[in-house]
Design a protein around this ligand. Structure first.
Ligand code: DSN
Length: 443
């Protein structure tokens, strides 16, 4: 067994190239981050070799003494960090974890409620193209014209439809989640309430966002976003959850295994345990607050530069840019223009988007990964200016309605990006900025 470089030069080179891309660009997809070298070390460890179906002390295969040490550490750390009585750290990622939440308390055909996709919600919160919108009867709630969650609508829909499960938390919402209000709604209509805090779990730990724990029955979080661990997920059951249903923790565990999954990914479990330990340091608290301060600085400068934001600002780690003042479906041009300049964001729907989810009219951008690189407010202001310059350089492009015409138009647009002097200038300034914030110096 030789070194990767010799064993598989193709994959080795792709990994090196991806490392250069991460180092030389501004990573602003709000759900992405840079895991620590310790987490990466665990992810590349021999723990990946072991099967361990079951839970610590109750495994189906022999040889799990040390895996039990790893999983128990992850569970205990999760319980302590979030202040919950039960944690399951085995879900492979967020979508299967959310499915496990559903099947712990719902049956096919039950009514469920979640934030509408175009209003910032996640696919797995009941959108029609997700199994969750097909297996369950999904009643989505929305945001108001000002972009804030419409709590009154959510309450009315909950009382009318009596859902079995309500989700609070989403993927493209830049304001604090009203966990307390949703807790009251769930109590009034008798639903289970699950918080999906995947985007903000690191902020919750750092005290930079309110915790849902006192108001909800279950909490799901992925572990690779603001929590800065490996790609994975956890489901936690709260005291309130156990009060509503003393068997809830057992139901969650049984749904994850054997209900949905086979052997847990032990190298990931180790990475989760390490990330949770890292998240208890005072430095992580500062880091979480800096993520929000950076997002606010980014938002303020973008708005000063004449860019419209949904809700006119942010409370968390992301901004949602509304490009509709420039026309519909502009997200693809801005996303690709920024990408060519070395700024990675994703096109996103905005509330009441006049275009489709594939060619939406917004951009979602966030500060977690930049904050991990130790960038601060002044860097955000510069980045906002760079982003505005790119937006202004591509906003005149218009997406054709005809599909064939569209493909040719986008091809030409992408070719033009490489010769666009403004994009080239921004790319040069992005490289300059990145060079002063080294990433993974020892890799
Ligand atoms: N894809 C994740 C995000 O970007 O928010 C959620 O699954």
């Amino acid at each position: 067994m030789g070194d990767l470089k010799d064993e598989d030069p193709e994959i080795y080179q792709a990994i090196r190239d991806e490392l250069s891309r991460q180092r030389d660009g501004l990573e602003m997809i709000p759900s992405e981050n840079f895991a620590s070298p310790a987490v990466l070390q665990a992810m590349g460890s021999i723990l990946t070799n072991k099967y361990s179906e079951g839970y610590p002390g109750k495994r189906y295969y022999a040889g799990n003494n040390f895996i039990d040490v790893v999983e128990r550490a992850a569970i205990e750390r999760a319980k302590k960090v979030f202040g919950v009585p039960h944690a399951n750290v085995q879900p492979y990622s967020g979508s299967p974890a959310n499915l496990a939440v559903y099947f712990s308390v719902c049956k096919p055909g039950d009514v469920i409620m979640g934030q509408n996709l175009q209003d910032g919600g996640h696919l797995t919160h009941g959108f029609k193209t997700s199994l969750t919108g097909q297996v369950f009867k999904s009643v989505p709630y929305h945001v108001k014209p000002d972009g804030y969650l419409d709590i009154e609508e959510a309450r009315r829909l909950a009382m009318e439809n009596k859902p079995k499960l309500i989700w609070v938390g989403s993927t493209a919402y830049s304001r604090e989640f009203p966990f307390e209000e949703f807790g009251k709604i769930a109590d009034e209509c008798g639903a289970y309430l699950a918080a999906d805090i995947s985007h903000i779990s690191g902020l919750v730990i750092a005290g930079a966002h309110k915790s849902p724990v006192n108001y909800v029955h279950m909490v799901m979080t992925t572990t690779h976003k603001t929590l800065r661990g490996p790609r994975g997920a956890m489901i936690m059951v709260t005291e309130k959850g156990l009060k509503k249903d003393p068997e809830l923790a057992d139901k969650v565990d049984k749904t994850v295994f054997p209900g949905m999954q086979g052997g847990p990914h032990n190298h990931t479990t180790a990475g989760i345990a390490i990330a949770l330990l890292e998240a208890t340091s005072p430095k992580f608290k500062e880091h979480g607050k800096q993520i929000v301060a950076n997002a606010r600085a980014l938002a303020d400068q973008l708005m000063k530069d004449g860019i419209k934001l949904v809700t006119n600002g942010t409370d968390n780690h992301m901004v949602l840019i509304d490009l509709t003042p420039f026309g519909k479906g502009k997200g693809i041009f801005v996303q690709d223009g920024l990408d060519a300049a070395g700024i990675t964001v994703n096109k996103n729907t905005v509330p009441n988007d006049p275009a489709s989810p594939f060619y939406p009219s917004g951009i979602r951008a966030g500060t977690p990964a930049l904050t991990t690189r130790e960038m601060k407010e002044k860097d955000m202001r510069l980045i906002a200016d760079l982003m505005s310059e790119v937006i202004n350089a591509v906003k005149h492009y218009e997406l054709p309605d005809d599909k064939d015409e569209r493909t040719a138009y986008l091809k030409k647009f992408r070719e033009e990006l490489w010769t666009n002097e403004k994009i080239k200038d921004v790319r040069r300034r992005v490289l300059e900025l990145c060079s002063t914030f080294p990433l993974y110096p020892n890799l």
